[in-house]
Design a protein around this ligand. Structure first.
Ligand SMILES: [Zn+2]
Length: 856
């Protein structure tokens, strides 16, 4: 599953700290099983006008042990009419909460196969969703779609709804004759009934899969089909949107072949369909052979190359192996699905775009984890202690696990890594797994025991924070490197043991030294005839870590121009950004910004120039704009936002915001306008904020900008952008920003509160989420009662989860006290002053330096 709205993952602006699970949170180990389900056959009618599902769910099952008397299924809100056995004989049943218990006519023996048929009807509140036009959204298509993960399929059919067993399935579904239905597996039959004006589709999934992956979509579609390794690859989009198909999906056949090649398992299902649906509650969901996606991946050329649907599409496709073919046994081991999907997304990226782009993509994912670790919590990736299964969908399960898999590959080396993966996939084909199965598979395939690695990276928490420095011992002809692990070692965060690499470089040669870190402090000595120009730690950026490595300017200037890998050059840019008012640093960064062959280094140079913040740095940024890749332009705009109240930067950003032409850079410029805090920022942002863009990136960035400006006029502007009838993401962005802005205007707090509380009752899911997040940002205690109600009663897990998080955030915000407002203003002022002082100091220092040199 994917949650993010952008190709670069969505980020929360939330301030307060939140915890993962309170101490009294319950344990959720894999569930005990009493029977093996072999096959489920649904025969249902979907009435999209009445918004109902009715029909029969037939289960073929057998007891695991002798003496099975009762069979317990999962259900939620279903009206169970009748349960019969295979001969049509009625059986007693009871419904308590989410359990449907069927009393068998006689006890059954282990392995004795039998059938139960359940007749039912329902008006699903989740699991299966109806989209239809209304007065405010007349163009909205009529579409039915499902979302099973984690355990919502029980809301539209009764079944065994936990991931720890797999079975084959058949979905026979009757719908309006206009609709085309796509479901799991292959289409065995299709029948038209002209009298009833219905069509019946019979989809068969003949390979076992877990209940949460059963899915369907029904609607009128534009579609296209490709072929890869003999597998039909299909795209279904709402009728009228066919013109976007090629831009979005054209690289998927390449991905299908790539994953088939590297895993040693060709694409395992009958077809690969991808269907885009309106108002989808996630980014994408990897149901076996039918991935369902939100519609925001369908976009025009103005989104590219800054936006790409490839990460989303490769993530969901990778799940067809990791998640679908090999499936986690419980939500506590969910990283076996999600980290793999994230990392295989990166691996495809590496295969298609090369090593450097791979590294930057991986780093973007790791940043998501660092943010969660720094602002909120550090937890073991594998845990069964949580409140709601939705809690597991966090940056530890996705992002950190992705970084961990990359380290695992680094530790094993490419050959053994791929050998392990191929063995793991083959050994556990079509089965459930838990974390230890991966460890054992690696050992079987390679002979390598990774107990230590799994212990520190999966069962314990955190990441190392390193402080590194080096010096040259002229007498001994040795480089002396000092390394410290400076993070707090406190259960569950360990002192880390890892093999690490140093890269040393001179004008003539580059070489590497491999060492092992295991203590809090190390001193390493590397012999070499001459002093190297630079020493890099972890030159390939392989480790999950935070690094402080103080270096002289001369080393950084050499490094930014000469380091072989982009990682070293990017780190050098970051280092040079700390040399304010230094001509040499400025020139080195300008050269990197205009001449480096990789956009990632150019972007880092732009960021560093923004940090320097001098008029010369600003002019360098402006001079370098022309002809840059849009990803670098974004970096330049972001950097220009650092120039407060600066007319020149403001003018350039206004032009960028209105005229850049590509959505994401225009959005970046919109927020940067606010960061300048220029007097005209407010009106300029408002002027451009209603332009449509991919996933409303412009209007959302503009809304964030208005909140950043803290201008009270923004309250009205933002309230208007939450109106029913506007695009859902515009409403979502405005609702969050409204809360942020309301926090700074005590006199408007009641208005904002009422407005946001009203929006929590909105029929639109994303608007509702935006309103909840907005209430968290507003931090007004009065909202707590409403949020508590939502966290108890909301139907969708994500709404409950966000409501719970919001309550925690409000509590934290109050603990911080009302002083924050003044503190923030004070801090801003200090930052400005500090920068001026630093610049002066640096300029004095460089003059003194120059004088000293002249004297020699
Ligand atoms: Zn996923």
């Amino acid at each position: 599953m994917t949650e993010s709205l952008e190709s670069c993952r969505g980020y929360r602006i939330g301030g307060a700290e939140r915890i993962f699970a309170p101490l009294d949170a319950p344990e959720h180990p894999p569930r005990d099983r009493t029977f093996q389900l072999h096959h489920v056959r649904l025969d249902i009618v979907i009435d999209d006008a009445a918004r109902t599902v009715s029909g029969t769910a037939a289960h073929h099952l057998a007891p695991i042990n002798d003496g099975l008397k009762d069979v317990v299924f999962d259900q939620q809100g279903l009206n169970i009419r009748r349960v019969t056995d295979g001969d049509g004989k009625a059986l007693d049943f009871e419904v308590h909460g989410e359990e449907l218990t069927v009393h068998l006519a006689r006890t059954k023996k282990a392995g004795e196969r039998f059938e139960l048929r359940i007749r039912y009807e329902c008006k699903p509140q989740k699991g299966l969703f109806f989209v239809a036009p209304d007065k405010a959204y007349p163009a909205r298509p009529r579409i039915v779609w499902t979302q099973g993960e984690e355990m919502d399929n029980r809301s539209w059919f009764p079944s065994y709804d936990f991931p720890n067993q797999k079975f084959t399935s058949e979905v026979v579904v009757t719908v309006d004759e206009k609709f085309r239905v796509v479901s799991n597996g292959h289409l065995a039959k299709e029948k038209h009934d002209p009298k009833k004006r219905t069509r019946t589709y019979d989809w068969v999934q003949d390979k076992p899969h877990p209940n949460y992956l059963i899915a369907l979509v029904a609607g009128e579609w534009d579609s296209k089909e490709w072929s890869a390794d003999g597998v039909p690859v299909q795209a279904y989009v709402p009728k009228g949107m066919g013109k976007y198909i090629d831009l979005c999906f054209s690289r998927v056949p390449h991905m299908v072949k790539y994953f088939g090649r590297v895993t040693g398992q060709k694409y395992p299902w009958d077809k690969y369909a991808q269907a885009c649906v309106p108002e989808f509650t996630f980014g994408g969901m990897e149901n076996t052979s039918i991935t369902i996606l939100f519609e925001y991946c369908l976009t025009d050329e103005k989104a590219y190359p800054d936006y790409s649907s490839d990460p989303l599409l490769s993530h969901e496709l990778a799940h067809q192996w990791f998640g679908d073919y090999v499936t986690t046994k419980s939500w506590g081991h969910l990283w076996l699905n999600e980290s793999f999907a994230d990392y295989f997304e990166c691996l495809w990226w590496e295969d298609y775009f090369g090593k450097d782009d791979f590294l930057l993509h991986l780093q973007e994912i790791r940043e998501g984890y660092y943010e969660e670790a720094e602002k909120h919590y550090r937890r073991p990736i594998v845990t069964h202690r949580y409140v709601d299964s939705e809690d597991m969908l966090d940056a530890h399960t996705y992002n950190k696990g992705c970084g961990v898999l990359h380290m695992m590959r680094t530790v094993l080396g490419d050959d053994l890594w791929w050998k392990s993966i191929r063995h793991y996939v083959k050994k556990h084909a079509l089965q459930n797994v838990e974390t230890n199965d991966l460890k054992v598979a690696i050992e079987e395939a390679t002979g390598r025991n990774l107990d230590w690695f799994f212990d520190e990276w999966l069962y314990r928490a955190g990441h190392p924070e390193f402080e590194v420095s080096w010096s040259w011992d002229d007498k001994a002809r040795q480089v002396e490197v000092k390394l410290k692990q400076t993070h707090e070692v406190k259960d569950p965060v360990p002192l880390f043991k890892m093999p690490v690499v140093f890269e040393l470089a001179s004008d003539e040669r580059v070489w590497r030294e491999n060492v092992k870190v295991e203590k809090a402090e190390h001193t390493f000595r590397f012999g070499t005839p001459r002093r190297p120009k630079t020493v890099l730690f972890d030159p390939d950026g392989a480790l999950l870590k935070k690094l402080t490595f103080k270096k002289e300017k001369e080393e950084l200037v050499w490094q930014v121009a000469r380091a072989k890998g982009i990682w070293g050059r990017i780190e050098a840019c970051e280092g040079l950004g700390k040399f304010l008012a230094d001509e040499g640093a400025l020139r080195a960064l300008e050269k990197a910004l205009t001449k480096d062959k990789h956009w990632g280094v150019r972007r880092a140079a732009a960021a560093a120039l923004g940090e320097i913040g001098s008029p010369e740095a600003r002019d360098t940024l402006l001079r370098s704009l022309k002809g840059q890749d849009s990803r670098v332009r974004r970096g330049i705009y972001r950097a220009l936002g650092k120039f407060r109240k600066d007319d020149v930067a403001f003018k350039a950003l206004t032009k960028a915001y209105m005229e850049d032409g590509i959505y994401a850079p225009m959005a970046t410029a919109g927020f940067a306008l606010a960061e300048t805090r220029h007097d005209d920022a407010f009106t300029t942002i408002v002027k451009g904020m209603d332009r449509p863009s991919q996933a409303e990136v412009i209007s959302r960035a503009a809304a964030r900008g208005l909140a950043y400006l803290r201008d009270e006029r923004g309250v009205k502007v933002l309230m208007e952008r939450t109106a029913y009838g506007l695009p859902e993401l515009r409403r979502y962005g405005a609702a969050i920003a409204l809360g942020q802005l309301g926090y700074y205007h005590e006199e408007r707090r009641e208005d904002v509160l009422d407005h946001l509380v009203g929006l929590t009752k909105d029929p639109n899911y994303r608007t509702k989420l935006g309103a909840i997040d907005g209430l968290a940002e507003l931090g007004y205690k009065k909202a707590t009662a409403e949020l508590e109600k939502l966290r108890e009663t909301a139907v969708l897990g994500n709404v409950r989860k966000n409501a719970r998080t919001a309550v925690d955030q409000i509590r934290e915000k109050h603990a911080e006290g009302a002083k924050r407002l003044e503190q923030q203003a004070e801090l801003d002022k200090l930052k400005d002053e500090n920068k001026v002082l630093k610049a002066r100091l640096a300029s004095v220092e460089s003059k003194v330096d120059a004088l000293a040199k002249r004297r020699k």
